[in-house]
Each structure stands twice: as structure tokens, then as C-alpha cells.
Ligand binder design. Structure first.
Ligand SMILES: *Cc1c(COP(=O)(O)O)cnc(C)c1O
Length: 462
């Protein structure tokens, strides 16, 4: 054994103790450090031949890299849609790396069983029936990709061909209809050989990001002569957290043939709050569903789940036939269900947080995030220099400058905020804007007041 590796092996308990101490220190300060530090990132070093040992590597990481890392696990990082990591999820993630299982095959199957138990809990959390089979993937982009891959195979089934066997060209041109699709949908269509241009935008309701269901019906009628198509419904858009009417869209299947995929990356969590559950009414009717877990479940990156009612089509696409892997059977191994072959036991962090806090604990996180978003919305509404661009429907506040809202002026505003709060820019209906998305378990009403106060101060200095 290399001497440094042998020394780390012998000193493992002490090493882990140092890591534990340091992690506790980092997390103890995460709420107070600069949210996005301004320091320049270090110059890359060449690979060392000798190595320095794990303790020196830790010290170097602390000295060189930690000062430039953002506090995205902290309570006022409101950019994109970013979750934190609950204490139990962190413990689960440590255990994931500790056991370092490859949960892909029933030849050594306990990891898969743990994932399936976790999937059942998630189904219950989001009000899905047992008809939905679920698999863990690395993020909502992958979840949308897998859902649309199953949709692609369903289109083939309708036409009597198999794109998985003969290629996507068998399908001819495919139409994917959606109101306000996330950018990961055209990316998925590109990866799946359907092409970004398969995505056909359908008009949304006036002043909304939710699809106009009568416009969708018209688009389906026009698409009908070209064969079956795919509808991507959106449950929680990133700009304004708007929701399509899922039940009304699903009802259109009585008249038109289409696969219904729902992108509920963070919106699925509305199901946890009795006051907001109506937003995802009808979610269970979908043929496939995307839910991110590294956002609002507050497990570490990278984690999401993909649900579908047609695991048979999923295995048609993703089966990895090899002599050393078992036969497909009734419960196919995870190696046959997603783009990956080896499969991190990423379910364990979700298992820990769901076991530790249950439905009620996670409902409290969801409802507190929504309360914070509303409070910030009310505060912004009262600031003469700012203007809300949409009502706060769930956990996202979308707003802009009341006067002259250029991207440059908004960037100047966020730069002044960077120590205290991180917001990301967007454009809504041609208007440059900012969004604040609440999805971290650490964020409190006090943080929200701090964000409002920083916004007021930054506006005054603009
Ligand atoms: C975040 C998000 C995605 C992409 O998620 P990743 O986890 O970054 O791949 C897709 N759709 C919606 C609605 C999202 O909010």
C-alpha cells in the first residue's frame, strides 16, 4: 500500500473526527458567512506525484477553496431553486459514501430494496397511487429525460414500431406541446434524438405561465392528423411558480391520444400543504412525472425521482442486457431503468430525512418557505422602487425595478446584495426581472426580514 494511504487507513478514526469537527464548524457559520464571496478562485495546481495525505488535503481545501465557495446551503441563498440539506439527509449522505454500495442489481439487492421503500414513501408524500413506479436519478433534467424517453417508446407503441430498437427516425417528426416548458425539456429532446424543435409552445393564459387549456386543445386537434403526441404539463414554473390545470389537461386524453408528462420538479411539494395541494390536483393521472429532491426535499446534490405508469416501456428503453446481470423479470433491476448502469444509493439521504421528520416535518418546511415567500412579496409590494411581476402563488417571488428595469441595473442591485442574499435574474414577458425562490429548511421569517432590509438598502444606493 502507498505509505500515505496506509497512514490514512491506520488513522481513519482520527481523520473522520477532524472532518466531523470541521463540518460542524462550517454548518455553524453557514448562516452568517458571505452568501456569495467576492474572492478570486485559486489558480489550478498540477497533480502531485507524492500526495500529501488526507489531513493535509483537508487543510488545503479549507485554506484555498472554502473561502470562495458560496453559502448555497445557507438560508439566504435564494437563487435558482436551491435546497439545503437537513441534518438527517446529511447523515444519510455520509452513510451513502461510507457504505459505497452499487445499488443496481438483485444479485446483491438490499440497496435496491431500500430505494424501493423510499420510493413508496415519496409516492405517499405526493399523493401518487401504486400504479406509479419510481426510480432515483441525478436531477430533474435526468428525470425529464427518462420520462420523455418512456414517452418516445409509447409513441412507437402507438405506431407499431420501437424507437429503442430501430431508432427515433422510425417515429418521423414528433410534436411535444407545452405552455412554459423548463429549458431541460428541449435539452432532453435533443439527447433523445427527437430534436429541440419538437417542442411546440402553446399559448398561456393572459398574464400567466400556466397553459391555456383551450389553446392546448386546439393544438392537439391540429396535431391529430400527424399521429399521437406528447404533452409536457408544468407544475411549478421557475419564474413565477405557476401551475397548469393538470386535471383539465388529463381529461383531454378522452378525446386526443397523447402521453402526459408532468414536470413537477419543485411544484410537487405543494401536495404537502393542505392550503396548496389543489395546485397539483390530478398529478396522479400523469403517465410520467419529474420531481427534484435536491430542491425542496432538502437532500444534498444530486437527487431526483422519476415516476411512470409504464415501467415496461422504461425497460424497453433502458435495459442493459449483459450475461453478468440478471434477467429482467417482473421487478427489473435499477440498471435496466435509467441511463446509468452503476447506481449510487442516493435514496439513502431521502430515506433518512423522511424517516427522521416524516410527512409533518417536511410539510412544516414547505409551509414555512411559502410563508417566507409571501412575506417577501408583501415587503416588495410596499417598496416604491420595486414592482411584483406576479402574485406569490407558492415559493417564488418574481419582481423588478419600478423604473427603468434593465438587466444592467438589476445586476448592479444584486451585486450590492451579494454578501447578504443571492438572487438570480430572469426575463418575464420581455421584462428583465429577479426571482427569489424559497426552498431551504434553514430559512426563517427573520431571514426574510433581513432580505427585505438589504433590498431596501441596495435600492437606496442604486
Ligand atoms: C430545477 C428544474 C429542472 C432541472 O432540474 P435539475 O435538477 O437542475 O436538473 C427542471 N424543471 C423544473 C421545473 C425545475 O425547477
Amino acid at each position: 500500500m502507498h505509505p500515505r494511504l496506509a497512514a490514512d487507513h491506520d488513522g481513519l478514526p482520527l481523520l473522520l473526527e477532524s472532518v466531523r469537527q470541521h463540518a460542524a464548524e462550517v454548518l455553524g457559520q453557514v448562516a452568517e458567512r458571505d452568501v456569495v464571496p467576492a474572492a478570486p478562485v485559486p489558480e489550478p495546481d498540477p497533480l502531485s506525484a507524492e500526495g500529501v495525505g488526507a489531513r493535509a488535503a483537508l487543510e488545503e481545501f479549507i485554506a484555498c477553496w472554502e473561502p470562495v465557495l458560496s453559502a448555497s446551503a445557507g438560508p439566504r441563498y435564494l437563487g435558482f431553486v436551491t435546497g439545503g440539506t437537513t441534518p438527517a439527509a446529511l447523515a444519510g449522505d455520509w452513510m451513502t459514501a461510507t457504505w459505497d454500495l452499487n445499488a443496481f442489481s438483485s444479485l446483491d439487492g438490499a440497496g435496491q430494496s431500500l430505494e424501493r421503500e423510499t420510493i413508496a414513501w415519496l409516492r405517499s408524500l405526493f399523493g401518487l397511487s401504486d400504479e406509479h413506479h419510481g426510480t432515483f436519478v441525478s436531477g430533474a433534467t435526468m428525470s425529464n429525460t427518462v420520462g420523455l424517453a418512456v414517452a418516445r417508446e409509447w409513441l412507437g407503441e402507438q405506431l407499431g414500431v420501437s424507437p429503442a430498437e430501430h431508432g427515433a427516425a422510425e417515429l418521423g417528426a414528433v410534436q411535444v406541446l407545452s405552455g412554459s416548458a423548463h429549458s431541460s425539456v428541449p435539452k432532453a429532446l435533443s439527447m433523445l434524438g427527437l430534436g429541440r424543435r419538437a417542442l411546440i409552445p402553446v399559448p398561456t393564459l393572459p398574464g400567466r405561465e400556466a397553459v391555456d387549456v383551450s389553446a392546448l386543445e386546439q393544438a392537439l386537434r391540429e396535431a391529430e392528423p400527424d399521429g399521437p403526441c406528447v404533452v409536457v404539463a408544468n407544475a411549478g414554473t421557475v419564474n413565477t411558480a405557476d401551475f397548469d390545470d393538470l386535471r383539465a389537461i388529463a381529461a383531454l386524453r378522452e378525446t386526443y391520444g397523447f402521453w402526459l408528462h408532468v414536470d413537477a420538479a419543485f411544484g410537487a411539494f405543494a401536495a404537502l400543504s393542505p392550503e396548496h395541494a389543489h395546485l397539483v390536483d390530478g398529478l396522479d393521472l400523469a403517465d410520467s412525472i419529474c420531481v427534484d429532491l435536491h430542491k425542496w426535499l432538502n437532500v444534498p446534490y444530486d437527487s431526483a425521482v422519476q415516476f411512470t405508469r409504464r415501467p415496461d416501456l422504461q425497460t424497453a428503453v433502458f435495459q442493459n442486457a449483459a450475461a453478468y446481470l440478471g434477467p429482467l423479470g417482473d421487478t427489473p433491476d435499477l440498471a435496466h431503468l435509467t441511463p446509468e448502469n452503476s447506481h449510487r444509493l442516493r435514496a439513502l439521504a431521502a430515506w433518512f430525512t423522511l424517516r427522521a421528520y416524516g410527512r409533518d416535518g417536511h410539510r412544516e418546511i414547505t409551509e414555512r418557505c411559502v410563508r417566507c415567500a409571501r412575506a417577501l412579496g408583501t415587503a416588495i409590494d410596499s417598496m416604491p422602487g420595486l414592482r411584483l411581476l406576479a402574485p406569490v402563488r407558492l415559493n417564488v417571488v418574481c419582481f423588478t425595478l419600478a423604473d427603468n428595469p434593465t438587466a444592467d441595473r438589476l445586476a448592479a442591485l444584486t451585486e450590492r446584495l451579494a454578501d447578504e442574499v443571492f438572487l438570480t435574474p430572469t426575463v418575464l414577458d420581455g421584462v428583465p426581472a429577479l426571482r427569489a425562490a424559497f426552498s431551504n429548511w434553514r430559512t426563517t421569517e427573520a431571514d426574510t426580514r433581513r432580505v427585505a432590509a438589504s433590498l431596501r438598502a441596495a435600492l437606496a444606493a442604486l
